[in-house]
Design a protein around this ligand. Structure first.
Ligand code: PLP
Length: 411
């Protein structure tokens, strides 16, 4: 089997499993307990937070562990907007891009339905990019928060986050970015990006499903969504998922140590990087995988008649190649490919099984009928040139056979 659906999820890395194992077994304490088992769990949590903070180039106190990317996005969008509105009731608008993951989009809609906010949608260009001009056009003195994802999960397009965050900051508006897909591929340095909040998720990086983190800058106020015992400095009550936090930290550190350019990443139990030393730049494997992705895109565009690349040709995640194959249905191509041992998807896993064309592709101005023919290939860092040559050949055959079938059916 060739697994090309890494944007949906990834298998747990061995190093991650080994690092988290003690906290599922012998060292199972509750970090709030005042005995030796509790202390060991609390220490592990502290170390995991330091490692995550090093990866994000922030202070450990700026990291809140969550149950994943969805919760981190909810906490960012609802938590920041509601906290600002509590101080100034005139702040009653949120701005989100037209291609956000539902975790952001639906959080904004919740604010609209239950808290009287207006949602301003920031349009994207034909490549799925938010320009600074488009963001500037929707920001108002009433905007409580702006949220634009770092890289899109369906088309891989990377946003100019540094410029967008700077623009929001000039206007005194907090800026959140969903970096769930960017993590492991793009620099996560919150200082140089200039973002006020950033979400990540463990299972896209080789940690198990159900853990993530939200960075929130300094003293930025966040209204909690979970109320209870006041864990995570009151931002997220509930007994902490110690093994999950260790897994997330180890996954981030492992991705980083696989990089020739990495500096200063540590594993839990080792000395963490001093804050301010700077998080690593672009992961080393990113350049190799980008080269393979480009060769794969060239192969598909040259070999599959009518194939269209979706998303930006260059400003895209190294790990994502996404296409429309007019004259097919995306789902039939997926089935054909799976028969040949290749697993990929028609877009986001959240929308799998839905007949509706992808809202992301529609926001790019793609015709709904063409949008139904979307197929996304997403790789992890182990992908090889040989595998992608095989996949390109299989795609040629799969598309041709689906086109022939649908042609015969129409006739
Ligand atoms: N944001 C983006 C861009 C995603 O791709 C995903 C997952 O697919 C999420 C948020 C949700 O993360 P999780 O699955 O950890 O809840």
């Amino acid at each position: 089997m060739i697994f090309l659906d890494a944007a949906a999820t990834t298998p747990v890395r061995r190093e991650v499993l080994e690092a988290m194992w003690p906290f599922l077994t012998g060292e199972f304490g509750n970090p709030s307990s005042h005995h030796s088992l509790g202390d060991a769990a609390a220490r592990a949590l502290t170390e995991a937070r330091q490692v995550v903070a090093a990866a994000l180039n922030c202070r450990p106190g700026e990291v809140t562990f969550t149950s994943g990317g969805t919760e981190a996005d909810n906490l960012a969008v609802k938590g920041l907007a509601l906290a600002r509105q509590a101080v100034n009731p005139a702040l009653n608008r949120v701005a989100v891009s037209a291609i956000e993951h539902p975790a952001v989009e639906e959080s904004a809609r919740y604010l609209e339905r239950f808290h009287g906010f207006a949602v301003d949608i920031i349009p994207v260009d034909g490549y799925g990019r938010v320009t600074p001009e488009a963001l500037a056009a929707v920001l108002t003195p009433e905007t409580a928060l702006a949220s634009v994802m770092y890289a899109n999960n369906e088309i891989g397009t990377i946003q100019p986050i540094r410029q967008l965050a700077a623009l929001a900051r000039e206007r005194g508006i907090p800026f959140h970015t969903d970096a769930v897909q960017a993590a492991g591929w793009l620099p996560l340095d919150t200082k140089s990006l200039g973002v006020d909040a950033m979400s990540i998720s463990g299972h896209k990086l080789g940690a198990p499903k159900g853990n993530g983190a939200l960075f929130v800058r300094g003293r930025t106020r966040v209204e909690p969504l979970m109320h209870g015992g006041g864990q995570e400095r009151g931002r997220r009550s509930g007994t902490e998922n110690v093994a999950g936090a260790v897994a997330l930290a180890t996954a981030l550190a492992t991705v980083a140590t696989a990089q020739p350019t990495a500096s200063g990443f540590t594993r839990p139990g080792q000395q963490p990087t001093a804050e301010g030393q700077g998080a690593p730049a672009v992961p080393g494997h990113a350049a190799r995988v980008s080269g393979l992705r480009d060769a794969f895109i060239r192969d598909i565009l040259a070999g599959v008649p009518g194939a269209l690349l979706t998303g930006h040709p260059a400003e895209r995640l190294p790990s994502v190649a996404s296409f429309c194959f007019p004259g097919t249905s995306g789902e039939s191509v997926l089935l054909e490919l799976e028969r040949q041992g290749i697993i990929c998807s028609s877009g986001s896993a959240c929308a799998a099984g839905s007949d509706a064309p992808s809202p992301v592709l529609m926001a790019l101005g793609i015709d709904p009928e063409i949008a139904q023919t979307a197929v996304r290939f997403s790789f992890d860092s182990t992908i090889s040139a040989q595998e992608l040559v095989e996949v390109a050949g299989a795609v040629r055959t799969a598309v041709a056979s689906v086109q022939a079938l649908s042609g015969a059916w129409r006739a």
